[in-house]
Write a protein that binds this ligand. Structure first.
Ligand SMILES: Nc1ncnc2c1ncn2[C@@H]1O[C@H](COP(=O)(O)OP(=O)(O)OP(=O)(O)O)[C@@H](O)[C@H]1O
Ligand SMILES: [Mg+2]
Length: 448
């Protein structure tokens, strides 16, 4: 389902007839019009409410429209301003466009003209927003599959179906590469927010000092270098989902601010006087033990309890080896050429089943990707596997040293003698032979 948000329009004009006309005629299912009769009133409104397009009279009793235009542009990151100007003021309007106004309308105007300019301005607002979102969102298959058939995975699939349609925050835990990102996107794309942005941020990649501003945004002048007002990820994820990975990396004070967002659905930009409403579904992931982190004071305890309302824990791959054949098949289909997919030989499947997968599913995926490149005649054989996978099974199943028994005996006696530092009585005891026999063998094998 595609949800269209109404265009939020602010009309700033001291002429009551114009305000009334716009409120009456522009307001519709698609447009939400609000008005202000002075510069002061307009500034008050934008501090509390979000707008997409502002229609601004260039002359106001308590201020100059051009000054106001600059203030709007500074305070609201993606807003387009359309000026209304009298005949004699066109030059001012042109000047204003150089300062960032989208267009101007001269009085007297028709409503059709206003509608047209507002719609075009809104398209630009959407484009700018989308560009910004694209820098944060990732492209995923619309319905990411959490593949597996072990009881652990079946339970996870059940939890995803249950929790996805709600707004409850979810904490996803599991070792690196186990599939936390897959679960987060599976939840998002099965929720009613699927058409809205899924923003993913790895808190471990953010500099500590920047985390707060990245999440909450900031107002112009809030700190050195804050040259303009900027939205944070929480604002960008409005009506969508914000997935914060490695949540354990957030500094404690940012954790406290985040807890407030979870509890009240309001947030405050750095340097802002006002709290703003926001509608975001939060997903979190960590491969740290948050209980332990909370115990030693590294993690906000109340936030942990808020996150822990719904937890999905992914067992490591080594504990659900029955998922391996299905995952192998899935990756062969996903990564191979569609027409004639590769397959793995029996002994390769044995190696895959014997291996401990410290890098979990990610490592398995990489192994299959490499295997597909090295496959001969569509078959991935042992020579296409990384060494660590084949070595394991060599020693477990196929390591038969092809040497004579006497050579094996000689090597074994040498190793035992080294181990006991040349103590012959001890060596004879370990080898289970008499001392005399040992002397004889040492001589025979020239080990004495
Ligand atoms: N059950 C699964 N079904 C399909 N693909 C999976 C599954 N689990 C993991 N993957 C794949 O394995 C890779 C690693 O998964 P993912 O990025 O979700 O791991 P992670 O737990 O988030 O790791 P990290 O802690 O390093 O961020 C991805 O390519 C993902 O598509
Ligand atoms: Mg991840």
């Amino acid at each position: 389902m595609v949800v269209f948000n109404p265009i939020r329009i602010l009309v700033v004009d001291d002429e009551e007839s114009i305000r009334r006309l716009m409120e009456k005629e522009l307001n519709s299912m698609r447009r939400n019009v609000c008005s202000a009769d002075s510069a002061r009133h307009a500034l008050e409104l934008i501090e509390r409410q979000q707008f997409d397009v502002i229609v601004l009279d260039i002359r106001l009793p308590d201020g100059d429209g051009i000054d106001l235009l600059e203030k709007f542009k500074q305070a609201i990151p993606d807003v387009e301003v359309i000026l209304i100007t009298g005949y004699g003021n066109v030059e001012n309007a042109v000047e204003a466009m150089k300062l960032g106004a989208y267009d101007y309308i001269t009085k007297p105007f028709t409503l059709d003209r206003v509608e047209l300019v507002v719609e075009k301005a809104y398209q630009r607002v959407c484009l700018q927003r989308q560009n910004r979102l694209l820098r944060h969102t990732q492209t995923y298959h619309p319905l990411p599959q959490f593949v597996g058939r072990s009881s652990g995975v079946e339970h996870i699939q059940y939890l995803i179906e249950k929790v996805a349609p709600t707004n409850v925050p979810v904490l996803i835990t599991g070792e690196s590469g186990a599939g936390k990102d897959v679960i987060a996107s599976a939840i998002h794309y099965r929720s009613q927010r699927a058409e809205q942005p899924l923003i993913i941020k790895n808190c471990g990649t953010l500099q500590k000092e920047l985390m707060r501003s990245e999440l909450f945004g900031y107002c112009k002048g809030a700190f050195t270098g804050a040259n303009e007002t900027n939205d944070g990820l929480i604002t960008l994820a409005h009506e969508g989902t914000l997935f914060l990975d490695e949540i354990g990396e957030l500094p404690l004070e940012v954790q406290a601010a985040l807890l407030r967002v979870l509890e009240t659905q309001t947030y405050r930009r750095i340097g802002d006087k006002y709290e703003r409403q926001v509608d975001v579904r939060f997903l979190f992931a960590t491969n740290r033990n948050l209980v332990e982190e909370a115990r030693i004071g590294n993690f906000h305890e109340a936030l942990y309890h808020r996150l822990n309302v719904f937890q999905i824990n992914i067992p490591p791959l080594r504990e659900r080896k029955e998922d391996i054949p299905l995952l192998v098949e899935y990756f062969l289909g996903l990564l191979g050429s569609g027409a004639c997919p590769c397959r793995v030989s029996k002994s390769v499947m044995q190696c895959l089943m014997n291996y401990a997968w410290p890098g979990n599913v990610r490592e398995l995926r990489n192994v299959i990707e490499r295997g597909i490149i090295l496959a001969e005649n569509g078959i991935i054989s042992e020579s296409a596997l990384p060494r660590e996978l084949t070595q394991q099974s060599d020693s477990a199943t196929t390591d038969v040293p092809l040497i004579p028994l006497t050579e094996l005996e000689k090597r074994h006696i040498r190793r035992v003698m080294e181990w006991v530092d040349g103590n012959r009585s001890q060596a004879a005891g370990i080898l289970g032979i008499g001392r005399k026999t040992l002397y004889r063998k040492l001589k025979e094998y020239e080990l004495a």
